[in-house]
Design a protein around this ligand. Sequence first.
Ligand code: MN
Length: 197
Amino acid sequence: MKYLFELPALPYEIDALEPFIDSETMYYHHEKHFKTYIDNLNALISKYPSLQSQTLEWLIDNPNKLPVHDREAILFNAGGVYNHNLFFNVLTPNVEETKPSAELMQAINRDFGSFENFKQRFINSALKVNGSGYTFLTLAEDGILHIVNTSNQDVPPFNVFGVPVVLVDVWEHAYYLKYKNLRKEYLTNIFNVLKFP
Ligand code: MN
């Protein structure tokens, strides 16, 4: 993705993830929250022609090359666009897609013992996000899987943790309309619609 950033359409119907993620949450999350990150990032990047040809990943990966005055705001909103784009794309109504491939399952078994162990560790990690943030499963360059929490709209450093495999949004706006304070129930249920490659 590059400037001018556009809100990507949801890759499924707004009610497709019911009952695990409800339509009202999806509507506000995608059409309002995600859209606001897109709009804010466009407004920031519109001030800096030299940044307009850079990819979203470049903006996130090169904080020292961003204008000092707007660095924090660009990183926050670029992270918001990156994380939400990924989040809506790792959700699926297709139950077949929630099963890891044989190759990923082998790595999960090697690094976490079993898929069930991985799931419990992922949920426990996500329960420990204080305030707003995300929990990621990433695949590092050496082939090792990592469960990583980030705060706010931070993205795990690509050079340390590699590329995200899945992530779960644990900001309250991702679940509060339906699950209220029951973050663990949200996290357990989201595994019914979490897409594994
Ligand atoms: Mn969100």
